[in-house]
Design a binder for this molecule. Sequence first.
Ligand SMILES: [Zn+2]
Ligand SMILES: [Zn+2]
Length: 280
Amino acid sequence: MKIGCHVSIAGSVDLAFERAKNLGCNTFQIFTKNPRGWKARELVSEEKNSFNKKILKGDFSPIFSHISYLPNLASLDPEIYKKSLDSFILEIQRSISLSIPYFIIHSGSYKGGTIEEGFNKYLSSILKGIEEGKGKIAILIENSAGGKNSITGDLENIAKILNEVNDKKSVGVCFDTCHAFGAGYDLRNEKALKSTLEKIESTIGIENIAVVHANDSKAELKSNRDFHEHIGIGEIGELGFKAMINNSNLQIIPWILETPVNDFRGDKENIHYLLSLMEK
Ligand SMILES: [Zn+2]
Ligand SMILES: [Zn+2]
């Protein structure tokens, strides 16, 4: 099974490979720039070359990049929208320069307008991203916990985008278990998982999920809160993750953890714990 976590690019992007290896990953996710700001330092050709060389070895595949925190691709504020779109395009270009095949975007917020306006803005951003990607990179839409003004909490909305784009090579889904749970999709046991998988099937389609973000949730079902927890000790719990990791449809999808790192457990321990739930 492909399993890994989000790893740091501090110092030089290509250092992510060593970090991922030390954490026991065979796939991983990175930001291509500092996620907390709008500015991006230029990637130097040395680190880009080294990253490209390491990717060719094939020990980690696929590799995912994730958009930085600030962009809101559904923003109805022209100034924020422009900054968001510029960052989105830049991050796609950086990902392509690193031969990364998948770029994950979070939901957009339609604050100050209607969901229709926000949806159209978000969709047009995605179409611009696809154009920029030129078939070299797929954009993966991440489901959200369905907080206020969020578009992708409801899987129906993601399905609508997939239908509008109608190009499975250019657009897909990143399914975050913590966000899904926050949005009201139960995952706590086999029965709950079955009914959520049926909802997935009738909306986005499981075959469109290119990556699972495996995170437990500190917040309750349908809380609309995005609060990651170590695997098995949150509200989804061990039973839920046991059901998911032993599901043949989910096993064939790469899983990326974005769980907390603290005294209780780090990434390596969460990956190890998750794998221990797998039946032989
Ligand atoms: Zn996530
Ligand atoms: Zn989250």
